[in-house]
Design a protein around this ligand. Structure first.
Ligand SMILES: [Mg+2]
Length: 373
């Protein structure tokens, strides 16, 4: 008797229950909150971001309403470009403390539905409801209840994707925005993904999509069928990841509260840049969003990480650990800028990321610095 064969067989025979994951994403969150609180804005193109200064502003659009999107305005776009596309839009500053307050309420609503919950940004969360609902039909009703509850209590709409993993749930939540509910059953994952453009895959932005297009890869089907070795040569490790994602594979768990090992955020530029001013601004805003999550989780951190990706996709990370635990946003800002020095002048950047890790939970007596808000 071959022991290894027996072990292999028994491992295979273990029934693996299909996971049921929800991705909940508020619809144009910042502008929805603004419109909710000022009914005069209803139906108007609303752009939340830095001051356009009559077209001379250098910041970016944070969020815009669906009416603004009809003019071609998108989040992440330079605000000067948005102004050019629609000078009559209502341009509003980012009122982060308001959005954070609404976000907090929404996350509390979501937590009432399950504690297998992972907030990923101010307006997005994953829920693992495998234990609560038996199948994807039941999950659809469950998701509809969440949508109804958020609309009733917070007055804004969201879109939800239901799928067997986080990746497909995220693509599904984006599938019928705004106010969408898209359920992708395990047996439908391939049919759902393959006709979509590659840009629907998280992490594949315009630039990557353009490169793929030059390789005759336009749909997720094309990408899934492409030689993974060639993707590896062209894009490095991300090529392998892309190929897996195109096949709907994602094993990442919904990380419950308390399981968080690191908090990070990254930003891909609309256009690759070497401009120190833009880089400084992006690092500051990434530091801020990371810090917001830290405060929410009541974590002190010890390690700060910078990630850079150059226009040729070469990617580097640098980390520095503090001698004591910290909570100050300026520690993050100063450290990442210092780590950034090594890379300045070496080319244009396509992506920057800021992360913190090595956490210590704040005990009741300690007080966090929160006056940055
Ligand atoms: Mg959103």
């Amino acid at each position: 008797m071959n022991t290894f064969t027996i072990l292999g067989t028994s491992a295979k025979s273990v029934p693996s229950k299909t996971r049921i994951i929800l991705h909940v994403d508020m619809d144009s969150f910042y502008s929805s909150v603004e419109v909710r609180d000022n009914s005069q804005l209803k139906g108007q193109p609303v752009v939340v971001g830095s001051d356009p200064k009559n077209g001379a502003g250098r910041g970016v659009v944070s969020t815009c309403s669906y009416e603004a999107r009809e003019f071609g305005i998108r989040s992440g776009m330079p605000v000067s470009k948005a102004y050019k596309l629609c000078p009559d839009a209502v341009f509003l500053p980012v009122n982060m403390s308001l959005y954070k307050e609404v976000s907090k309420q929404i996350m509390e609503i979501l937590r009432e539905f399950t504690d297998r919950f992972q907030q990923v940004s101010v307006d997005e969360a994953y829920l693992d409801v495998s234990m609560q609902v038996g199948d994807h039909a039941a999950a659809s009703k469950f998701a509809q209840n969440i949508k109804d509850e958020i609309l009733l209590r917070e007055g804004i709409t969201c879109s939800i994707g239901v799928a067997p993993n986080k990746l497909v749930a995220k693509i599904a939540s984006d599938f019928q925005k705004p106010d969408g509910l898209t359920v992708v059953k395990p047996e439908d994952v391939v049919d759902f993904l393959t006709p979509l453009p590659v840009s629907r895959i998280p992490g594949i932005g315009k630039k990557t999509a353009d490169i793929l297009k030059s390789m005759d890869v336009e749909t997720i089907w094309d990408l899934a069928a492409y030689d993974v070795q060639l993707l590896l040569e062209r894009f490095g490790k991300f090529g392998i990841k892309m190929h897996q994602m195109a096949r709907g594979i994602d094993k990442a768990e919904v990380e419950e509260r308390g399981d968080v090992k690191s908090i990070s955020n990254e930003d891909t530029f609309d256009e690759d840049t070497a401009d120190p001013f833009v880089i400084g601004q992006v690092l500051d805003s990434l530091a801020k969003s990371v810090h917001v999550s830290l405060m929410k989780n009541k974590f002190l951190f010890k390690t700060i990480t910078l990630k850079v990706r150059f226009e040729d996709f070469s990617t580097y990370t640098r980390a520095r650990s503090l001698r004591v635990y910290g909570s100050d946003i300026d520690l993050i800002k100063v450290t990442v800028k210092d780590l950034m020095r090594e890379f300045m002048g070496k080319g244009k950047f396509r992506l920057l990321g800021v992360g913190v890790s090595n956490f210590e939970k704040v005990d009741g007596k300690q007080k966090l610095i929160t006056d940055f808000l």
